[in-house]
Write a protein that binds this ligand. Sequence first.
Ligand code: KG4
Ligand code: ZN
Length: 338
Amino acid sequence: MRILGIESSCDECAAAVVEDGRRVLSSVVATQIERHRQYDGVVPEIASRLHVEWIQDVVHKALADAGQKLPDLDGIAVTVKPGLAGSLLVGLSFAKALARALDKPLVGVNHILAHLYAPLLSENLEYPFIGLIVSGGHTLICRADGFDDITVLGTTIDDAVGEAFDKVAKHYGFGYPGGVAIDRLARSGDARACRFPVPNLYKGEHRYDVSYSGLKTAAIRQLDKFWNPDYPRTDQNIAAAFEKAAVDLLLSRLIRAIDDTGLRTVVAGGGVAANTYLRERLASRDDVRALFPPLALCGDNGAMIAGLGYRMLVRGDRDGPRLNVSPRVPSFRRLRSA
Ligand code: KG4
Ligand code: ZN
């Protein structure tokens, strides 16, 4: 079965054709990064307007790259949540029109579950495993028991991890997107230059939660307080120290979740999963099998939507003309602990 996947939840306009939920025949990602750079962040109205302009060409190219004729498609999958409402609506309306005109089945896909599906496009992986979704909008440590069966173990109680990278980078003028700029600078910096405070360890229900607003404030406003005077105050050192603090916090909760559940396979996804330090730290552990999707599938893309959409369509899921978008994720089941 060949499924067309359409993704327009944020600032990537993407489409892909995937066969049987595994074989990526094409994947086109048109990023709007350059158009938002001057604002140091995604401007929702600009994002949706660009999706309207671009989506037809992006879908057309995905079909052409796959050598796929529209009438021979077996179904259409589209991101419907979570994301920017105006952006999601562009992809959904386009997908609905296509499905209606071609009389093909349509299914709405959850973007977070799709990020967790991305590594399954290239690996044979058994459930259950631990999922780590880290991006500009999401910070999630979960247990995945099936392609749409996840239990949230931990999340952020304030800012998303990527958001913290972006805000610190914006403050210091490191570049956009902030995570990419910090990653690049940090490679030639020394994290010992600054020892940021570690947030209090949460207990019980918050055992696996993280918090980034304190670290963000410390990095922006309280550098003097935590700086080691033996080191020069360079962009590289600030980036390295911040990156280490942000990633170590995430890793401490992740390792806790791995140890508590005994599940030693971790699947990471989302833009921050491209971070060099995070990847190195996880890869260096003998007790954890860490799977990162190829870099092209870490960020937002249509292939993960088509892949997950295939599973849903095979199960019999169908959405009709009244399908709508949800900017926020309806809460996943959350693990209750003592
Ligand atoms: O998944 P994504 O493309 O879009 C969202 O759903 O948010 O993730 C974008 C986020 C941004 O916050 C960006 O700064 C961050 O991922 N990011 C990184 C790296 N590459 C992208 N953060 C840290 N290190 C990176 N190499
Ligand atoms: Zn995403």
